[in-house]
Design a protein around this ligand. Structure first.
Ligand SMILES: C[S@@+](CC[C@H](N)C(=O)[O-])C[C@H]1O[C@@H](n2cnc3c(N)ncnc32)[C@H](O)[C@@H]1O
Length: 310
């Protein structure tokens, strides 16, 4: 495949529209070369770790080693046995924001390979029930094996399209995680063509349509007073604020809650995109800005307001 030299320029021009010139330049500089590797220590499996990383401030149970030592984690006995799980701190804070509690019923609507499901199960100490949904067969089976290896016992697995789930289950879950399939813009490394060869504005629009159906399904499954986390590793507002805006316009009982995370390098959600006003509550959403360790991430916390007494 012949690399398209325009893709990087187009991407950066769009990023400037989203986060401003200076912030876009800073993000662009983080998008080359290997990143440091974090891992999460799994309380559900006992065992030797065999390496010692530095604690990641703001991400519970999470430690980091420099990029040069990445394989010490990913190829370790501890990772193979599920004693540690390689994960990005942005994913850890997504689960912390969901705040699952002992005994709850939780829906993870786009679950493979299962990193967030694992952290949810650990937060619940394997109590209650998690329904983990993934439609892609290969990914579904890998997730099941992954979570078994990591000591997860409170999860039921469904190989299904998440778009149909809300309609079937009704307002049943106290917590819903929607880590939506996305353009993965935050995973682009401009030195590795395979990470950006599918990036196109048209693809973003297609993905946005799927995300809109998924968020409506996720919200349909949420109990009054429950919490829904919508997150992506994309910068595109079409995949983030516009998706949440779509939900807010159609669901009067939906509301946006503030996200509190222990990291300063964040931006508030946009309330205008390309001249179009979005719901003002979207300023409570958050973009985590990337660096050598943290992935760029969009995080929005939603709830279903309790019906007012008649
Ligand atoms: C960002 S990944 C999820 C990562 C996962 N939450 C984790 O932390 O390990 C998005 C997942 O959504 C799945 N997906 C794609 N289309 C879907 C759909 N219609 N319904 C549910 N999941 C879908 C993808 O196959 C992919 O596994």
């Amino acid at each position: 495949m012949i690399p398209n030299p325009n893709v990087e320029g187009l991407f950066v021009a769009r990023l400037k529209e989203i986060v401003g010139d200076q912030c876009a330049e800073t993000i662009h500089q983080t998008m080359r070369g290997p990143k440091d590797q974090a891992y999460w220590v799994n309380p559900l499996v006992d065992g030797e770790i065999g390496f010692s990383g530095t604690p990641v401030v703001g991400a519970a149970n999470c430690y980091v080693l420099p990029a040069s030592q990445r394989s010490e984690i990913t190829e370790s006995r501890a990772a193979a046995d599920g004693v540690v799980y390689p994960i990005n701190p942005s994913s850890v804070v997504a689960v912390t924001s969901l705040a699952p509690e002992i005994g709850e019923e939780v829906l993870d609507l786009a679950a493979a390979p299962g990193g967030k499901t694992l952290l949810i199960a650990a937060a619940m100490n394997n109590s209650g029930r998690i329904a983990a949904v993934e439609p892609v067969k290969g990914r579904f089976h890998r997730m099941r094996a992954n979570l078994k290896r990591c000591g997860v016992t409170n999860t039921e697995f469904y190989c299904a399209d998440g778009r149909g789930v809300g309609r079937k289950v009704g307002q049943r879950f106290t917590r819903v995680m929607l880590d939506a399939p996305c353009s993965s813009e935050a995973r682009i490394d401009w030195d590795r063509e395979q990470t950006y060869q599918h990036w196109k504005a048209r693809k973003i629009r297609e993905t946005s349509r799927k995300q809109r159906s998924l968020i409506r399904s996720a919200f349909s499954a949420l109990q009054p007073g429950g919490i829904l986390v919508y997150c992506t590793c994309a910068y595109a507002p079409e995949e983030n604020e516009c998706v949440v805006d779509h939900l807010l316009r159609r669901e009067p009982s939906a509301d946006v809650l503030p996200v509190a995370i222990a990291r300063d390098e964040t931006l508030a959600g946009l309330t205008v995109w390309q001249g179009r006003a979005l719901d003002p509550r979207l300023k409570r959403a958050l973009r985590i800005l990337p660096d050598r360790l943290w992935d760029g991430f969009f995080l929005c916390l939603l709830t279903r307001r309790n019906p007012s007494p008649s």
